[in-house]
Design a protein around this ligand. Structure first.
Ligand code: NAD
Ligand code: UDP
Length: 314
């Protein structure tokens, strides 16, 4: 197959490139490097089935050769990044999605949207099922991301209904692993960097809010399976192993062999209080569930960050 991945130089996109190249497919990687880095793809330079194109998806794009699948992962994803780039984020979901959907239509390709658990906002249903419509502040600070993805989902469904395009929507829950940017402000890079450097771990609020963390290899497997399925409605992809942020800080500190303090800082606006995916649908329609527990995933991620930050082993 010939696959286009928009957002390929990002954290998840770069792992998806590795997975598909490893299966023998041809990969066309598209990225404008807004939040990703060519470093994430440096190991693929010169690969005979890999092409990297610098392009901003808010501009129309064409590809001379046929395409079988388009993955749309191109969007700032960490709260720090989308708060810094709110308009770029909305445009990646709006014009960016439209340009990629049009390309899929011209090529007769399948289309997969990387959507998010943020579509559920600060959820009042727990755990979250795909049938839940969400509880989103449409004008709050996070709205640039939430509404961009909600619009992208609506647009994807419209192309499916109007043009019969073969589309998929993955609602991705918090995912972590090697190649996250150490300064993207998300919980995993922050806590690991802080723990490895012996700096205080910054817990926002009282740390009682929860998240459920999925290792990137599991998530990528879910994306690939979904892209080969007949499912057009949204599907949650995430690890249902839920924990509080404070508990997570303690786990990372222990796994990193760190003696860092834990300090408490103000909770960001509209920070969701609870988040855990119901993955019954993913199990049923794509036979998917995560296999890598948080202990193993974090150990692998900590080792990667240790090398990345040049910190000698314990
Ligand atoms: P990331 O920031 O590492 O990767 C996003 C990539 O998209 C970057 O390489 C960036 O440069 C690129 N990009 C952004 N705007 C672009 C544009 N206009 N044109 C071309 N490229 C552009 O983020 P990630 O964590 O790898 O997330 C990938 C996708 O998965 C995003 O769409 C995100 O919303 C979604 N997602 C991620 C998570 C998670 O926990 N990591 C959770 C839910 C959803
Ligand atoms: N968080 C924290 N300390 C940090 C970074 C994040 O306590 O240094 C909290 C944040 O307030 C949120 C959770 O960790 O409750 C996950 O934050 P992240 O930015 O990783 O992703 P989100 O799930 O909010 O999109």
């Amino acid at each position: 197959m010939r696959v286009l991945i928009a957002g390929a130089a990002g954290f998840i996109g770069s792992h998806l490139c590795d997975r598909l190249l490893g299966e023998g497919h041809e990969v066309v990687a598209v990225d404008n490097f807004l939040t990703g880095s060519p470093r994430n793809l440096a190991h693929l330079k010169g690969h005979p089935r890999f092409t990297l194109i610098r392009h901003d998806i808010i501009e129309p794009l064409d590809a001379a050769d046929p395409l079988d699948v388009i993955f749309h992962l191109a969007s700032p994803a960490s709260p720090k990044d989308y708060l810094e780039h709110p308009i770029e984020t909305l445009r990646a979901g709006a014009e960016g999605s439209r340009n990629l959907l049009e390309l899929a239509l011209r090529k007769g390709a399948r289309f997969l949207l990387a959507s998010t658990s943020e579509c559920y906002g600060d959820p009042q249903e727990h755990p979250q099922r795909e049938t839940y419509w969400g509880h989103v502040n449409p004008v709050g600070l996070r709205s640039c991301y939430d509404e961009s993805k909600r619009y992208a989902e609506a647009l994807t469904m419209a192309y499916h209904r109007r043009h019969g395009l073969h589309t998929h929507i993955a609602r991705i829950f918090n995912t972590y692993g090697p190649r996250m940017q150490h300064d993207d402000g998300r919980i995993v890079p922050n806590f690991i960097r802080q723990a490895l450097r012996g700096e205080p771990l910054t817990v926002y609020g009282d740390g009682s809010q929860t998240r459920s963390f999925c290792f990137v290899d599991d998530l990528v497997d879910g994306l690939v399976r979904l892209s080969r399925s007949q499912e057009h409605w949204p599907v949650n992809l995430g690890n249902p192993e839920e924990m509080t942020v404070l508990e997570f800080a303690r786990r990372i500190r222990a796994l990193a062999g760190s003696r860092s303090d834990i300090v408490f800082e103000p909770l960001p606006e509209d920070d969701p209080q609870r988040r855990r995916p119901d993955i019954s649908k993913a199990r049923a329609v794509i036979g998917w569930s995560p296999h890598i527990g948080v202990e193993e995933g974090l150990t692998r991620t900590i080792e990667w960050f240790r090398k990345e930050l040049g910190i000698p082993g314990a």
